[in-house]
Ligand binder design. Structure first.
Ligand code: NAD
Ligand code: UD1
Length: 337
């Protein structure tokens, strides 16, 4: 069975390609490399000993995408391709709406023409309104606070409407919490461009001296230690969640939405302490002001995924910290080195 992975060279896409190959699936990847390099998939091939046909194209390019579907016998698509930086989406909203919405719509049309009826979509916990109480269940209120979040919200709507109109289609919308960590080999991991916005890459870059110190964004939140709480999930657990979603989509019609999180929240200070303890180092850090747009707590209720996808996150906070550091140490400049 062949799975087409859009955005396959990216952080989550490349780890998912590896998980799929390990489960015996064949994988075809497409990516325009606007936020990645082909090296990630070269390493997938190195680790698995299997080939991943990789096409450099923009998912909005209907003709190029059609040619890939014509060449391979694709059973299901995992759609990761998209822009994901919240701050940038506020500065350049049209880029986000154009890229994320048009790529999804083009993909659905091309899938339709090729008779491919199963899609797994990368959504985000960011689609939940800040008014919900924790932990978040899939029936929670929706609402976003930035253009990136709205693109995820709108793509969920577009896919849901499309599948409603097509009786024999299947869509699985996966709302990720906070993906962190790397493949335990240290050969694959997260390679952000420029100064990282997210906590874990900032921690690893600080630990190896690329950044001077970690600034913790606020310690006056209504949480046990005053710093924000998030549901960090190991990227390999997340990748395996996609394998489970493919199996679910093959057996069920219609659209279903699932949280992919661990169900456990850790504070920023918990993360700093865990990283220091696991990796036997001291991380320069200080408390700074709050970051605009942050919420105090965000963590999942993952019961629906456990019950229907038969998936649960297995890796610990220790694994996340050890694997992220292993990757950073071996690849201080990401895939470029
Ligand atoms: P990433 O940037 O590493 O991967 C996205 C990939 O898509 C990149 O390789 C990029 O080059 C490619 N891409 C973007 N637009 C494209 C287009 N029009 N055509 C072809 N390729 C294109 O990001 P990631 O962290 O791996 O995230 C994957 C998906 O998961 C994204 O849709 C993101 O919004 C979503 N997501 C990520 C997180 C997270 O924290 N990383 C959280 C929730 C949801
Ligand atoms: C961010 C995105 C969200 C996305 C999620 C997962 C924003 C506003 N939200 O959420 O849409 O789904 O990533 O990729 O960007 N922190 C520090 N210092 C730092 C960096 C982060 O203290 O240098 C803190 C943050 O305040 C937050 C926590 O660490 O409390 C996690 O931050 P981050 O990794 O950016 O994820 P989110 O804020 O959850």
């Amino acid at each position: 069975m062949t799975i087409l992975v859009t955005g396959g060279a990216g952080y989550i896409g490349s780890h998912t390609c590896l998980a799929l190959l390990e489960q015996g699936y064949d994988v075809v990847a497409v990516d325009n490399f606007c936020n990645s390099s082909p090296e990630s998939l070269r390493r997938v091939e190195e680790l698995t000993g299997k080939k991943v046909p990789l096409y450099e194209l923009d998912v909005r390019d209907e003709a190029a995408l059609k040619a890939v579907f014509a060449r391979h016998d694709i059973s299901c698509v995992i759609h990761f391709a998209g822009l994901k930086a919240v701050g940038e989406s506020v500065q350049l909203p049209l880029n986000y709406y154009e890229n994320n919405l048009l790529s999804t719509m083009t993909l659905l049309r091309v899938m339709d023409g090729a008779g491919v009826k199963n899609i797994i979509f990368s959504s985000s916990a960011t689609v939940y309104s800040t008014e919900n109480t924790m932990p978040l269940t899939e029936t929670g209120r929706l609402g976003c606070s930035n253009p990136y979040g709205w693109t995820k919200f709108m793509c969920e709507e577009i896919i849901t409407d499309w599948v409603k109109a097509k009786a024999d289609w299947s869509a699985v919308l996966l709302r990720y919490f906070n993906p962190v960590g790397a493949h335990p080999s240290g050969r694959m991991g997260e390679a952000p461009n420029g100064i990282p916005n997210n906590l874990m890459p900032f921690i690893t870059q600080t630990a190896c001296g690329v950044r001077k110190e970690l600034v913790i964004f606020g310690d006056d939140y209504p949480t046990p230690d005053g710093t924000c709480v998030r549901d960090y999930i190991h990227v390999m657990d997340l990748a395996e969640g996609h394998v489970a979603a493919i199996e679910y989509a093959a057996k069920h019609k219609g659209t279903e939405v699932f949280n992919l999180g661990t169900g456990t929240g850790y504070s920023v200070l918990d993360m700093v302490k865990a990283f220091e303890e696991v990796n036997h180092l001291s991380l320069p850090h200080r408390i700074g002001p709050r970051r605009a747009g942050d919420i105090a707590q965000c963590y999942a209720n993952p019961s629906k995924s456990r019950e229907l996808l038969h998936w649960t996150a297995k890796r610990t906070l220790k694994d996340m910290c050890a694997d992220a550091w292993h990757w950073q140490q071996q690849n201080p400049r990401g895939y470029d080195a």
